[in-house]
Ligand binder design. Sequence first.
Ligand code: AMP
Ligand code: MN
Ligand code: MN
Length: 338
Amino acid sequence: MSDSTELLTSDIDRVADAIRAGDRFLLTTHENPDGDALGSLLGMHRVLEALGKDTVMFLAAKEFPLPVEYRFLPLEEVFHEPPADIADRVVIFLDCGNIDRMPVDFLQNGENTVINVDHHHDNTRFGSINLVDVDASCTAEIVFDLAGLLDVRLTPEMANALYVGLVTDTGKFMYENTDARSHRMAAGLIEAGVDVNEIYRRLYEHAPIEKLRLLAQALDRIELRDDGRLAVTYISMDDYASTGASESLTEGIIDHLRTIDGAAVAAVVRDQIDAGRPARKVSMRSTDGRVDVSAIARASGEGGGHRQAAGFSSELEIPEIVEFLREQYLEARAAARA
Ligand code: AMP
Ligand code: MN
Ligand code: MN
């Protein structure tokens, strides 16, 4: 066993011990929650309930309505305000690489014991206990391991929630983070009651027509730079207005850009509708792993993520962002060759 594996073993044991010892918990994740964020949040909540714990989930009101693909998850119990007894709760962050990805005052004041359960390699280890498993394909995979360690028998609802995290973060078992472990987890979840086709249909085949119209706009204006190795598109306020699509319907557009033959990096820049947020959000994917897009996100000063999937927010105008991406891409490519 390598040193890092040993460390991880003790980290997961420490988290399991802290869960056994605690009575009251508050669970949260990152803003703009994706399938892994929501799946691991709900999965962990039900695991704690099965252990007889008092548990609440928290997400800021601005996250609602959730992206349409995740609305079938039973998240009605989510709190939008801190519970009155917040001071007595252990806070568990799921799938959140740094605390600034949950910009909510009561979660940033350092007054609670914090358990940080995540799989981002650039996790800032902001917790009192940090369980950061960079080999896990998704945070749901770590929750699955924790459930096993805590002898919790998975219900179909827990399995469905964790399966959503697994399917979305592995790109339906196709991204580089997919391995035997993620397939073993899938088998375990299916045995626990996941209806595979039903989840697939809910995630990918309940799209409102506005989503396809927005996609059409985005595809129509793809720009290819550097001999087609960088593929970029953007979605502006005008596009939301002309298609009737909400911002959350941008989810998944980037997957179309990464399919272009020869594209090493795909990026989607979008205007953010909410006044409280930075003007724009950039999503990036590295298709062959040679370029570390999380480094580009960090270079922006406002982001992070995985080597192959990362994002950042920005106040720059769209052409300036495209230029920034181009410069960063060229630098990253030179670094990858060195
Ligand atoms: P997205 O492009 O929003 O689907 O995000 C892709 C990956 O980048 C996910 O793993 C996110 O957790 C991460 N990510 C996206 N935006 C940020 C950000 N502003 N800061 C840190 N990580 C981010
Ligand atoms: Mn996530
Ligand atoms: Mn994740």
